[in-house]
Design a protein around this ligand. Structure first.
Ligand SMILES: [Zn+2]
Length: 94
């Protein structure tokens, strides 16, 4: 299943989910100017409103030009894959 593995997060770009390794994640978050926001707990899961930290961040994806976040709850991960793959639920094996 395309969920966060150890040290890997997902990023959705152009409707494709990319795995982002921790090393790259910092660069990515820095380039998007959101690393500080996450560290200062100003980011929330788009689906369940859980506070996003570097530990529970599983996905980053754009909605209407804004960067949104997804925590690592299975339900939320399924949601982010569902909305980004043409509304089709992933049928990846768990
Ligand atoms: Zn969530």
């Amino acid at each position: 299943m395309l969920v966060k593995n150890e040290g890997v997060a997902n990023m959705v770009v152009d409707n494709k989910i990319k795995a982002v390794h921790d090393d790259d994640l910092f660069d990515l978050l820095t380039s998007l100017n959101i690393l500080d926001d996450i560290r200062e707990k100003r980011c929330f899961c788009y689906f369940c409103d859980k506070n996003i930290s570097l530990d529970n961040l599983s996905s980053i994806f754009p909605v209407g030009g804004e960067i949104k976040f997804c925590c690592d709850d299975d339900d939320c991960v399924l949601e982010v894959m569902g909305i980004n793959i043409g509304g089709r639920r992933s049928n990846a094996a768990v």
